[in-house]
Design a binder for this molecule. Structure first.
Ligand SMILES: [Zn+2]
Length: 320
């Protein structure tokens, strides 16, 4: 009998192993009864609901979560991971301290790229200071456009300027809410060109791209090609996309991988949140994400799937 899953897993192994290009391992396994009661809150509310966790977490606790997540990755043959870590006025440098130690401990087993993150934005004095601390430590500069919802351009100016001056790549959460009101991937592509950062910037998610008409999407893909933008899809994370009464083209809540590949835009895959407030049931199994990605995009070309799970992840993390 043809065992297609095994065929793909064998090819992934032969191609250097899985690459989990997007994670938040400092928050992995933090779901508890109190947070679980908030699991149905809106996504943007959850960014702030984790405040208590950030304030009370100790460095050994963060280290423990990271270690457990990394063991889980290594057990599946993940060879490289890109993980955001919170560096903000609540978390301060606790995740940095844990990250420094964990990188040393696991350096022979998995290639780890750390990416700084602030759910509170970077435009107040205090958040900006912590952004600078995070950017200094991080391998890749991280962002989330919606963290400064009303000042997105200014946000990206600071982020890309910082990445450029530090000669680092940038990973940015964009177009997350599956709504017509978002055009963040387009803004990221334009800013990438403006700062001459072509080939160094990666968008994460891009779900809302699907809500726009075909002409818009095709224009966007050309622009993304010009900016040499890469994308990371986190398929399991978006299976819980909300019902809305907005009229949009019929689509699945996924990075539009099926449309991006013909434009030669590299798409990598990420497991995103593991057993936390955002995804209490996500058990961090990479195969589940690849499976969701292939079904949501009707993508059954094995070479493309293997590239997404391996090579494209290395590209997105700057390892190729
Ligand atoms: Zn994320």
């Amino acid at each position: 009998m043809l065992d297609l899953k095994q065929v793909i897993l064998d090819k992934i192994k032969k191609n250097g192993g899985w690459v989990n290009a997007h994670a938040h391992i400092d928050r992995a396994f933090t779901i508890n009864p109190k947070l679980y009661k908030l699991a149905n809150k809106l996504r943007h509310e959850k960014w702030l609901l984790n405040a208590e966790l950030r304030k009370t977490s100790t460095v050994p606790q963060v280290y423990g979560r990271m270690a457990r997540a990394l063991e889980l990755m290594i057990s599946q043959g993940v060879s490289a991971i890109g993980s955001f870590i919170d560096v903000d006025p609540h978390m301060k440098d606790k995740a940095i301290q844990a990250a420094r130690r964990i990188k040393e401990k696991y350096k022979s087993q998995i290639n780890i790229k750390f990416i700084n993150h602030s759910s509170y934005g970077i435009l107040t004095k205090e958040t900006r200071n912590w952004f600078e601390v995070g950017a200094q430590f991080a391998d890749i500069i991280g962002g989330m456009v919606k963290a400064n919802q009303d000042r997105k351009e200014e946000y990206l100016d600071i982020l890309l300027q910082t990445a450029k001056s530090k000669k680092k790549m940038a990973h940015v959460h964009v177009d997350e809410e599956n709504t017509l009101s978002e055009k963040e991937t387009e803004l990221l592509a334009k800013k990438t060109i403006e700062y001459g950062m072509e080939g160094k910037v990666v968008g994460i998610h891009g779900i809302s791209i699907n809500t726009h008409p075909k002409e818009y999407r095709e224009r966007l893909y050309k622009l993304m090609g010009k900016a040499k933008l890469m994308m990371i899809a986190c398929p399991i994370s978006w299976l819980n996309s909300r019902r809305a009464d907005e009229l949009t083209p019929t689509h699945n809540p996924s990075t539009p991988v099926d449309e991006l590949l013909p434009y030669k835009i590299p798409v990598a895959i990420g497991g995103d949140n593991i057993a936390d407030l955002f995804m209490p049931y996500n058990d961090g199994i990479m195969w589940n994400d690849l499976r969701a990605l292939m079904e949501m995009n009707r993508l059954y070309d094995i070479k493309s799937l293997v590239d997404i799970a391996t090579l494209n992840g290395r590209k997105a993390l700057g390892l190729e």
